[in-house]
Each structure stands twice: as C-alpha cells, then as structure tokens.
Ligand binder design. Sequence first.
Ligand code: ATP
Length: 368
Amino acid sequence: MPSFLKLEGIEKRFGTFTALKGVDLEIEQGEFVCFLGPSGCGKTTLLRIIAGLEAQSAGRIEQAGRDISRLPPSARDYGIVFQSYALFPNLTVADNVGYGLVNRKMPKFQVRQRVEELVRLVGLPGSEGKVPSQLSGGQQQRIALARALATAPGLLLLDEPLSALDAIVRVHLRQEIRSLQRTLGVTTIMVTHDQEEALSVADRIVVMNHGVIEQVGTPQQVYREPASPFVADFVGRVNVLSGQVDAAGHLRVGDAVLQFGLVQGQARPRGQDLKVYLRPEDVLAQPLPPGSAMPEAFEPGASNVLAARIDKIEFLGAYCLARVTSASLGEQGLTTVLSMNFLAEHGLSVGSALALRLLPDRIRCFEQ
Ligand code: ATP
C-alpha cells in the first residue's frame, strides 16, 4: 500500500543556517506519529512545512498520492492545533469550532449540528455559548482540537498541544487525544519534546537531532533498541560505561568481562573503545549480606554478576533510583531501579552491599 504522507529530501535553510538536512519519511494512513527531539532540532519546522506554513528550501511532499509541495495551506487537507490555544478570544466556542465550516459555506443548521457533535466528541457538550476566557487551558485545547477536526481533515497536525498544560491535565488529555484519534482513524503527527508523551501515545516515533532523523521506530524499538547514543540518551534514562573489546572479542569494563548484545552497525570489533549503554531497569539487584556468596537468585553460572555497594538512594515515589558502584567495573557508577518494598524487606540503605546482574542482551555498545 502506498504511504499516506511521503516526505522526500526535505531541506530547510534560514539564511546560512540549515534547520533540516534532507529528511525522508513515510507515514501510513491512520498512524499516530510523534516528532520527538530537543529544542531546536527542527521538529516544528518540519511540521510547518507539511502544513505549508513554511516553504521548504528543497524536497517534495506527497499526501494521499497528490504532490502538495508547493500548495498554499488553504489548498492542503489538514487540521492543526498549536501550543498556545490560538482560539479567537472574542468568539464563542460554537463560532470557534464552526469557523472553517462557515468559511466553506456550510448551511447554518448543518454547522450547528456538526459543532454540537464535535464539542460532544471532545467532552465539552453544552459549552457552545462560552468564550475561551471562561474555559481552563485544557478545555481550550479540547476546543482547539474540535476546531481542527471540524472539516474532517485527512491529516491532524499537533504542535506541542499539551506543553502549556499542567502535568495531570497533560497526561489525561494525551490519552483522550489518542483514543479520539483511534476512533476517527485520522492520520496524526504530534510534535513534542516530552519523551514520555511520545512513548505513551505514538504508533511510531521519529527521533530528531540537529535537523536529521536519528531513528524512526515503534516506542518499544526506540526505547529498547536505540539506533544511536543520542537516541539512547534522549529517550529514557541510561547508564553509560566505558569499555573495550579485547583481542578475544570479550567486552571488558574495568576488571569485569561482560557478555553483551551486538555492537551497533557491525559485528564484534576488536581492540576498540566502546560506550556501553544499559538502562537502570536492566541492572538487576539482590541483597548481598556480608561474607555471603553471590546469591542463587541469579541462576547458577549466570553471567555479568558483580558485587556492588549503594552510594545514594533517590526516592521517586513508586520506586527509587539507587546509585551503586562496583570495584569490578573500575568504580564506574551505575543506576538501578529498586522498589521501597525491596529496600525495606532486606534492610538496605546507603552503604549496603548488593549483587548486580547486568542483563547481557540489554547491553548495547556504540563506538566511542
Ligand atoms: P522547539 O521545541 O524549541 O520549538 P524545534 O525542534 O521545534 O524546537 P524548530 O522550531 O523547528 O525547532 O527550529 C529549528 C531551528 O531552526 C532552530 O535552531 C531555530 O532557531 C531555527 N529557526 C526556526 N525558525 C526560524 C526562522 N524563521 N528564522 C531563522 N531561524 C529559524
């Protein structure tokens, strides 16, 4: 099946600065895609180019089989929601939502019906007569969403629509947007710099950095199989250790010899300095009372088992992040996830000894 939206070699220059360096991307019909990346990586510029609000310096855009590269915004088929609510402050909710329909000369009674349907869809039935200042930030974004969906566009563009809202409203509304998108089946692109937001709602995430796409993948792929150190660092927490692959092909970190997954992009290199990436939840921990052998909880003969001690415990509510150090790793620190129950059950605190197991197939290595 041909893709719904196809970007080919999109470049954008602002004077001498290149904001987008040849972006290629294909999006399927009905997909929810997030553009994720740090401030200034070019995600908003790319969204604005898709909307025709910014002209690309080079490249081609196709939507539903039609070349839209040079079409003005009004000739393209999308609805858009911006970060700041961008509702007309002096118009009622009904007039805001119905704006695009009136412009299209839809008969009045049909506009009224459609507006009623849309405000119900976004969970604000009965709000038609209010003005934006009578609504909370979250409610205003719901109305902005209803307005964007009014003409039943083929593409919904969301430019950081949740970032001005407080944390609880944000989490709630992102799930509502997701379920609304599923119900309507509208192809959606959301720009965000919030990795948790992207992981929780997207079918696929486009991770961007300095005007290029670093990785495109499902949330699971991006989190568990980051394609570059940047992606590993930007999405989720990660431990980074320095290691080398010795002549025999073993990974050495400090004095420890570790089993590990593949080095990105090549079979096991020899004699090379590597950056070793491992997420906190992939460092398993067991108590190690003084004088005792490595615990049996890690199956006998398990690889990558090390003795360590707790240096610091950061309480984060449901769980803790413990900073641990292991002499075997040449005193390089690691962060692991521990529950409060686990700490209490084993009487663990700063200074306590632990046995760690670094899950071999979760270790990812990149060349230095
Ligand atoms: P943010 O989350 O901060 O909005 P972003 O990833 O969306 O970041 P863009 O807004 O796309 O980033 O901007 C990408 C780069 O292009 C930035 O370095 C920005 O300064 C630059 N840029 C964007 N618009 C213009 C413009 N009109 N003129 C000059 N430079 C611009």
